[in-house]
Design a protein around this ligand. Structure first.
Ligand code: ATP
Ligand code: MG
Length: 274
C-alpha cells in the first residue's frame, strides 16, 4: 500500500439483511486532497461514511489508515490516530462562549494523555491556542459571544475550530453545508479550503457548487458501487454521472460546465436512454 494514500478501502462491503448497501468499494484518498463522495439518494454515501468512521461494521473488506488496518477499531481509537469526524463528535455547547467551547475541545484532546489542566501556566497556553484557532476560522471577534447567539454559518465555523483542536490528520465532513443559505455556504466552503492545508479531508457533500469549488478528487457512488472517479470537470462531463447522479433534465444547469459540453452530454443521455 502506498503512503501517498491516507485512507484506503479494499472491497468494502455492507449488507443490511441481504440488501447490499455498499458493494466492494475501493476508495483511495490521497494525502493532502479534499476528496468528495457524491451520488444520488440511496447511493450509499452515508453508509460508506459510517463505515469509515466506525459507526457501522463492514460485512467484509478492509479499511486502512496510513497503511494500518483500522477495520475493527472503535471510533475513539481512530480519533486518537488522527481520524476525526466533524459535526458529530465535536459537540458544541450552546451556553458556553465561543472561546470556552474551543478550550473544552483542546482540554479533551490533551486530556487523552494526561491531566495537566490544573496548572495555571498550561491554562494560559490553552487560551493562546484557542485564540489562534478562532483566528484560523475567522471567529476571533466573537470569542466572548455566547455560542447560542452565533449565526448558523458561524456555528459551523466553531465546530470546525473544535475539530481542529483535536489535530486531525484526516477530517471527515458529513455534508458540511447542509441546510445553509447561500452566504453561509460560501463562507464555510472557503473555511474548509483554508483548513485543508496540511491535512486531508474526505467529505460527503450534496452541493455541487461546493464540490466544484473544493474537491481535488471526486468519487461518484451509484447503488452502492463506485461509478467513476476524477476531478470535477471529468466527473461532471461524464454522461453516466449526469444521468445517474445529477438526474439532469435537458437545459438544467450543472455548475462549472460549458454550454458545449452540456449540449453534447444531453444528446448522449438522450441516445443512451432512447
Ligand atoms: N440501517 C439500514 N438498514 C437497512 N437498509 C439501510 C440501512 N441504512 C441504509 N440502508 C439502505 O442502504 C442504501 C444506501 O443508503 P445511504 O443512506 O447510505 O445512501 P445515501 O447515499 O447516503 O443517500 P442520501 O443521499 O439520501 O443521504 C439505501 O437503499 C438505504 O435504504
Ligand atoms: Mg446520506
Amino acid at each position: 500500500m502506498s503512503t501517498d494514500y491516507v485512507l484506503q478501502t479494499t472491497d468494502l462491503r455492507k449488507e443490511f439483511k441481504g440488501f447490499t448497501a455498499v458493494e466492494d468499494v475501493n476508495l483511495n484518498v490521497r494525502r493532502g486532497d479534499i476528496h468528495a463522495l457524491i451520488g444520488p439518494n440511496g447511493a450509499g454515501k452515508t453508509t460508506v461514511f459510517n463505515l469509515l468512521t466506525k459507526f457501522l461494521i463492514p460485512t467484509s473488506g478492509k479499511i486502512l489508515f496510513n497503511g494500518q488496518d483500522i477495520t475493527t477499531m472503535k471510533p475513539a481509537a481512530i480519533a486518537r490516530l488522527g481520524v476525526i469526524r466533524s459535526f458529530q463528535i465535536s459537540a458544541v455547547f450552546p451556553h458556553l462562549t465561543v472561546l470556552e467551547n474551543v478550550r473544552v475541545a483542546l482540554q479533551r484532546h490533551e486530556g487523552n494523555s494526561f491531566h495537566f489542566w490544573k496548572s495555571e501556566k498550561v491554562l494560559d497556553k490553552l487560551n493562546d491556542r484557542a485564540v489562534e484557532l478562532l483566528d484560523d476560522v475567522g471567529l476571533a471577534e466573537f470569542a466572548n459571544s455566547k455560542t447560542v447567539d452565533l449565526s448558523y454559518g458561524r456555528k459551523r465555523a466553531l465546530e470546525i475550530a473544535t475539530t481542529l483542536a483535536l489535530e486531525p490528520e484526516l477530517m471527515l465532513l458529513d455534508e458540511p453545508t447542509q441546510g445553509m443559505g447561500h452566504e453561509d455556504v460560501d463562507v464555510v466552503a472557503d473555511l474548509i479550503k483554508r483548513v485543508s492545508k496540511d491535512r486531508t479531508i474526505l467529505m460527503v457533500e450534496h452541493n455541487l457548487h461546493v464540490v466544484s469549488k473544493l474537491a481535488d478528487r471526486i468519487t461518484v457512488l451509484q447503488r452502492g458501487a463506485i461509478l467513476t472517479e476524477g476531478d470535477y470537470d471529468t466527473v461532471s462531463a461524464d454522461p453516466r454521472v449526469r444521468e445517474a447522479y445529477l438526474g439532469v433534465e435537458e437545459g438544467e444547469e450543472v455548475p462549472g460546465q460549458s454550454a458545449a459540453a452540456k449540449a453534447s452530454d444531453s444528446k448522449d443521455v438522450q441516445e443512451a436512454t432512447a
